[in-house]
Each structure stands twice: as structure tokens, then as C-alpha cells.
Design a protein around this ligand. Structure first.
Ligand code: SAM
Length: 209
């Protein structure tokens, strides 16, 4: 399977419309967490089975991974999980999907593709345009979590988020994870890889003020 796809390719212009929360979750009133770049969905499968008091939605640009995750869903009794295929940036900019943003409690950008070359920075998921859209559409208090083992990408994401004055950093040491979407601090596959290989993990939390 291809490891990287160009998110700016025309293939991703038309987005899959995400149905209403009533259609995709058993209890649409639960707090909603979105994971961007959910890959095969292992992280969200674990979260959704452990925390029945949250709804989880994964967005992933590699279609085969989403198809497989959806197939895996059919064999399980999980009512608080949904996967959607596409470029998250295009999905959030689509007027039929923007209802998601006002419902959000938190969102994760876990180990996004780094796109090391400067000419490819525009392929990175966190862009001023996306942060601007989030700042306009999400509720006050919604939390953004970022994690990466690439220092340059971390600086880029941190700078892009804080350039928008509607976001401020949250002190990790005072953050109460037990009330978050991930109370037992489950790790993504890339985070497990980083730990095994002794790579430093940069992480930060921001809130919409
Ligand atoms: C390095 S992997 C990390 C996967 C997982 N989050 C983890 O921590 O193990 C980055 C994932 O983001 C996906 N991705 C990249 N750009 C994306 C975009 N614009 N929208 C949605 N998914 C994207 C990639 O296909 C890939 O599965």
C-alpha cells in the first residue's frame, strides 16, 4: 500500500459527505473526538471500545485503510465509532461537513506526514487556512492535540496554531487526561514506534479561547 499520497491531488477534491451524528452514532449527544490521519484505525478502535462515553470519528486519506477499518467495524458491536475517507482539509471546508466542527470537543493530529521538503510544506495537514476555519467554527474550550517526532514539523504546527489569536496553549502538566477523549493515554502506532526507537515525541495542547 502507498505510504504517502499527495493530499493536494485532484483525486481528493470531491469529498464523501459525512452523515449526521444521529445517523452514525448510537448516542449523538456524547462528546465528539476527531482523529486526523487515523490510518488503519487501531488507535480509535481501542479508544472507542474503552470509552463508551465518547464518540470517535477518524478521517484518513488512504482509501484502502478506511475501507478495511469499515469492514472491521462490521464484525464488532461498536456504536461510537465512524471512519471517513478523504483529505481532512477538504472535508472540513465542505459546507455539508462543517456541522462536525461545531459539535467537536477535541481533535488530534497525531504524527502527521512531515513532508520534509520546503516546496511540499503546503501538503502538511495543519495550514493557516485550516486553523482559521477551526477558529471560526469550533466551540470555545475545544482542544487541539498535536504530536510528532519531527522537530521541524512540530515548530511549524505550533507556530501556525499560535499565529491565530483565538488559540492558546494549555499547560500539559495541569491537564486532566482522565476527563479527556483518551483517559488511559492509549498510544498510536507511530507513537509506539517512536518510543521503541527512542525518538523524542513533541506534543502540545491548545484550546479555543
Ligand atoms: C504518519 S501517519 C500517522 C498515523 C497515526 N496517526 C499514528 O499516529 O500512528 C499519517 C497518516 O495521516 C494520513 N494523512 C495524511 N494527510 C492527510 C490528510 N490531509 N487528511 C487525512 N489523512 C491524512 C496518512 O495517510 C497517514 O495514514
Amino acid at each position: 500500500m502507498r505510504q504517502h499520497v499527495n493530499p493536494l491531488s485532484n483525486n481528493f477534491h470531491n469529498v464523501e459527505i459525512i452523515p449526521s451524528l444521529q445517523e452514525i452514532f448510537e448516542d449523538p449527544t456524547l462528546p465528539l473526538h476527531i482523529d486526523i490521519g487515523s490510518a488503519a484505525g487501531d488507535f480509535l478502535f481501542q479508544l472507542a471500545s474503552q470509552n463508551k462515553n465518547w464518540n470517535y470519528l477518524g478521517i484518513e486519506i488512504r482509501e484502502k485503510l478506511v475501507k478495511n477499518a469499515k469492514l472491521k467495524m462490521k464484525n464488532k458491536e461498536i456504536q461510537n465509532l465512524y471512519f471517513s475517507f478523504g483529505n481532512a482539509n477538504n472535508i472540513f471546508h465542505n459546507s455539508h461537513c462543517q456541522f462536525l466542527l461545531s459539535k467537536l470537543s477535541s481533535i488530534t493530529f497525531n504524527f502527521p506526514d512531515p513532508w520534509f521538503k520546503k516546496k511540499h510544506f503546503k501538503r502538511r495537514i495543519i495550514q493557516p487556512d485550516l486553523i482559521n476555519l477551526l477558529s471560526k467554527k469550533i466551540k470555545k474550550g475545544t482542544i487541539i492535540f498535536i504530536k510528532t517526532d519531527v522537530k521541524d514539523l512540530f515548530d511549524y504546527m505550533d507556530h501556525t496554531i499560535l499565529e491565530n489569536l483565538n488559540f492558546k496553549k494549555l499547560e500539559k502538566k495541569y491537564f486532566n487526561y482522565s476527563k479527556s477523549f483518551n483517559p488511559s493515554k492509549i498510544k498510536t502506532n507511530r507513537e509506539k514506534y517512536a518510543i521503541t526507537n527512542q525518538l523524542y515525541v513533541f506534543e502540545e495542547l491548545y484550546t479555543r479561547v
